[in-house]
Each structure stands twice: as C-alpha cells, then as structure tokens.
Design a protein around this ligand. Structure first.
Ligand SMILES: [Zn+2]
Length: 263
C-alpha cells in the first residue's frame, strides 16, 4: 500500500492540473480575526462561484491580497488587479460591515471579472474597464442580487448618462481616453461597456451571448492572448462570428453612438 501512495499522489496531481482547477490563495496583509477572515472568504467565494457559473473557470489560481481600512463609508472602498508575477486582486476593506453588505457591493464582481481577459496595456483601458463594468451586473444577476430587468435598467441608465460626455467629434477610442485624462472615469467605463452590450446583443440575435463564449475562450486563448486585437479576435473564434472585430474597428476609428436601450 505504502509503495503505491506516491503513485496515487502523482496521479491526483496530474488529474487536478488536467482539469485546471482554479484556487483562491489568500494573503492577509494586515491583522484580521478568524471571524473576519471567514467572512471575507465567504464573500469572495460566493462571488467567484457566480463568476464561474456565468463565464467558466479561470485557467489559473487567483491570489487575493486583503488589506484593512477601518472606519470607511463602504465595505470595500478600493480594489485593483495585478497581473504579475501571477493573477492577483488587492482588496482594501472595512471588515466591520456585514457579509450581506459585502455581497451587495459591486467591487468584487467587477474586479474578479477583470481577470477573464489579460492585461491589455494602458492605451485602451476603456476596453478592460468597459468589460468589467459589463460583467459586474452579469455576476450580480447570477448572485441573485438584481433581476434581469434591474440589470438591464442599470446598464441603460449608466450608458446613457455616460453618452452625455461624448461629443462625437473624434473616434470613440480617442474620446474615451480623453475622458480618462480628465478624470471622468464613469464616462470612460460605461462608454466602454456599450461596446460589450452591443456585441452581446449581436450574439444574442445569433442564439448565443458573450458570457457563453467565454467558456471556450478561457480554456483555449486566455493564457496566450496579448492586447485588445488578439482578445477580440479570439473571442470571435470562440463564438464562430466576426462581430467583435468589426465592432472594435468602429470603436477605434469612428465616432459611435454611446447608447443602450432596455430590450
Ligand atoms: Zn476596473
């Protein structure tokens, strides 16, 4: 029995790497009680389950860095993602808030969704922020925090508010990055989200949707892609349609209508 144990362990290891199970690895950067750690693990565990249910499992482990920020006006006032040396999310939290309050916050659905696509550089952050903004309501709907119609009303309200900041005097891409320079982040984020909402609608008319396409994108392309063009063309390959590449050309080169009507 003893002799075959190492073999069993090797087989278990090979099998688990074959199925590509993605684990959470916690790094507690400040002092937290055991009860606070349990709450944080529940919050992020429930959120990641919803991400997986909506778009599939990430082909890598996710490293979570948790910092303490007491006396805040919200559970998670600041978070960001790092991609080096591994896939990381850094959450700055006030652990005095309840689990329910943490779960209602949009930050974790937004940040965990960022990791579904690779780092795309600073020149077109409207793309990565637009994607995470689109995804945050998909994940919140999966978590049962909003209904489909509440989700769509929020998309519409946020995109149409952002549209006020776009003059249409230059390409969408240039305007979005101009808005970022002027610290108008909401207009940059939700203008970018209109790209994904339009793409999702085109796929919807063809019997699929953007979230469904991610299942094969994550396993076949996520680890190889670099830059926006590659991500979009791989998502097109995964979907079997060329909507993404065509829409990206428009968003980069033309002034587009930043608009989303509730279906
Ligand atoms: Zn973001």
């Amino acid at each position: 029995m003893k002799a075959i144990m190492p073999l069993v362990l090797v087989l278990v290891f090979l099998f688990s790497s074959f199925i590509g199970k993605s684990e959470f690895i916690y790094k507690w950067k400040d002092d937290f009680s055991e009860a606070e750690k349990t709450k944080v693990k529940k919050w992020l565990g429930i959120t990641y389950r919803a991400v997986k249910a909506r778009i599939g499992e990430y082909p890598f482990d996710v490293h979570l860095f948790i910092y303490r920020r007491d006396n805040q006006s919200e559970p998670c006032p600041w978070a960001n993602t790092w991609r080096y040396p591994n896939q990381q999310v850094h959450f700055h939290i006030d652990p005095s808030y309840s689990l329910e309050e943490f779960l209602k916050d949009w930050t974790a659905p937004h940040e965990l969704s960022h990791l579904a696509i690779p780092y795309i550089g600073e020149k077109e952050t409207w793309f990565s922020e637009g994607f995470a903004s689109f995804m945050q309501y998909q994940v919140m709907e999966e978590m049962g925090l909003v209904t489909v119609s509440q989700r769509d009303s929020s998309y519409s309200a946020k995109v149409n508010a952002a549209s006020q900041s776009y003059t249409g005097n230059q390409s969408f891409g240039s305007e979005a990055m101009e808005l970022k320079k002027n610290n108008n982040y909401a207009a940059m984020y939700w203008g970018g989200a209109s790209f994904f909402l339009k793409w999702n609608r085109m796929l919807g008319k063809s019997g699929t949707n953007l979230c469904q396409v991610f299942e094969s994108y994550l396993s076949d392309f996520r680890q190889k892609d670099r830059g926006v063009s590659e991500v979009v063309s791989s998502l097109d390959k995964s979907s079997g349609f060329s909507f993404g590449v065509e829409l990206l050309k428009k968003y980069r080169e033309e002034e587009v209508e930043v608009k989303y009507d509730v279906p």
